[in-house]
Structures are given as C-alpha cells and as structure tokens.
Design a protein around this ligand. Sequence first.
Ligand SMILES: [Zn+2]
Length: 290
Amino acid sequence: MVRARDAVARVVAALAAAIATGLGGHMGLSRADERAGNEPAAAEKLSPVDDLAAKAARLIAAYPDHLDRVEGKMLVWKQGGDPMVFDDGHPPKEFDALMTNPDIKDQFHDDYPLGPVTEDPKENFDPGRFRNEAFFERMYGDCVKGEVTKRLVPVAWLPKHGGGKLSVTSVNEVNKKLEKVSDELDKLLETHKDYKEFLIPSAGVYNCRNIAGSNLKSVHAYGAAIDISTAHSDYWRWPKKDAKSRGPVWSRIPYEIVEIFERNGFIWGGKWYHFDTMHFEYRPELLPKR
Ligand SMILES: [Zn+2]
C-alpha cells in the first residue's frame, strides 16, 4: 500500500511539473513566478531550441512589456488585440520559406551560439535571421506609416571618443541597452585604442528600408539594430565575399566588442552563414537571460 501511494504521489508530482512547464497549454510565466522573480528553467538555457514551451517562455521573458502568454499555438499580447500565430503547425520549412514566411517560433530555428566563432557556420545556419515581420511590426511599429520615428530617441555613440548621435527606438528600452553598450565600449577603448576604427564612424541605427536584395524589412527599420564601421566589416553580398567562398571573415571584429553587445541583448550578424559583421540587433530571446 505504501508503495502504491508513493507511485500515485509521483504521478501527481509529474503531472504538476508538466503543467508548470507548459504542457497544459499556458506556456507563459505564471503570475506567481513573476512575483517570486523565478524564471522557468527553460528560459535560462539556450538548448534545446526544439522545445515549443521553452521557445515560448524565452520569448515572453525577453519582451515582458508586450507578451503575456502562449495559449495553444497562439501568442497573446498584454495590450490585447488579436493573438498571433506562434506555431503554424507547418512541417519543417526549407531555408527560403524560413526567410520569407517564418512563424514566430521559427525565429528560434537556429540556436544562437555564444563565445568566439572558431569555425565556419554550416550552410544556411543564420541564427536570428528568420524574423516574423508582423511580430516585429506590432512591437516596434511600421516605419512606412511613420510609427517608428515617433518612438526614436537620441543616443550618444561612444561620447568619450566622438562617435556622434544615433536615433534608437525606446521600445523595449533598446536605447538604454545601446547606451550601456556604448559606455562599455568607451571603457574598452581606454585600454584598446586600436579598436576605435571598428566602431567609429558607425553606419547608423534607424533606416526605413528592406534587407538588401529582398522585400523583407531590415531590423534597422524598427530602430533596433546598429551597424558599426563598414570599413573593417564584411558582408556576404559584397563582391568576392559570397557565402560559399569566404574564409573566416569574422576575425576582423575583435570578440571583446561582440561580447559586450551580446551581454546587453544584441546578437551579431558575424555568426551567420550569410554574414554581416557590422550588424548587431536587439534579440534578447536568443541570448541567456541576465
Ligand atoms: Zn545592419
């Protein structure tokens, strides 16, 4: 009898754990978790990204001003309005479909790697490059309709080294995060004067444009991405830099610079197969929570 009671208790505990981690359909943080300041274990880890509940938890923890929960396959927003499709139930997509028609969970398709890049990424490994446009537009606004510019605020770029002014979105406090990056880089330049050429002049933040060669919005169109100096950068579309024939181009940008961005919520385009080593964008859902 004791044994049977233990077995029942174990089943009940397992069920409770399953519900808590989202198998019950509600995959956001519970109010109790928010109050206690506890994050679900899945939000702490970068892997496995193939777990739908873990993806939902990481997304919601990354954008707490906007996102409430995932219910079934739909993402529910805090400000109300129509829920958005989180998981479209589509069979695994080919690369082109991931680029042009990702659902929100596809944004986690490739696990963003931390640490210095030591080898070529696998073909089409582009962590963070699959973006659901409707998701970003709802958060940051549509620049074509003038919704982004009214949320832009000035940020001084490396003010101790004369980096000029940037226009950065205040949504998700990206301006404050970039200010912190700028402060840390200002300090880094005190001991690494030769790094200045990588950072100044910056090629800017806000630009209402599409990604080159596509009709997909660039994250610059939301005021949430920065390009550092183009002079020492590499881009897969530039002549002789196509993705198949390049070498380890990322070594031109010192990793101390990349690490400061990553620590503050920005991913680096230098980790993509379709590399863009000047480019950093605010994507905290792909980085460990701090
Ligand atoms: Zn860029």
